[in-house]
Design a protein around this ligand. Structure first.
Ligand SMILES: [Zn+2]
Length: 113
């Protein structure tokens, strides 16, 4: 039981398994599924990894730093809150018009209103 914990913790930390731990993952269904999950996750991360431009994290952190340094811009905060609210209203209207189109289409195809 503790062997499974050891093996699964090692897999989660991305550490290399010893030879007998490797053998255990082929014999133990629980550890094998953990191994499969993490190898899929790793493959997904590798697939999406190059999509993030180099220096992206640095630019985000620099932006966050300037935001933190100037916290007195309350007017800018209100503008962004208003924009967020407007975006929410637009999204709601989009959903409503989509539902209306679907409903009207189903009526046009012979459904009863
Ligand atoms: Zn196991």
């Amino acid at each position: 039981m503790s062997r499974c914990n050891d093996v699964q913790e090692k897999i989660a930390r991305g550490e290399a398994l010893s030879e007998d731990q490797r053998e255990h993952t082929t014999a133990c269904a629980s550890c094998a599924s953990v191994m499969a999950d993490f190898s899929m996750l790793e493959a997904a991360l590798n697939a999406f990894g190059p999509a993030v431009p180099t220096g992206f994290a640095d630019r985000v952190m620099a932006h966050v730093a300037t935001e933190v340094v100037t916290p007195s811009h309350t007017s800018g905060r209100w503008v962004s809150l208003t924009l967020a609210y407007a975006a929410g209203v637009v999204a709601a209207l989009n959903v409503a018009s989509f539902l209306a189109r679907v409903f009207i289409a189903s009526v046009a195809f012979g459904g009863t209103p």
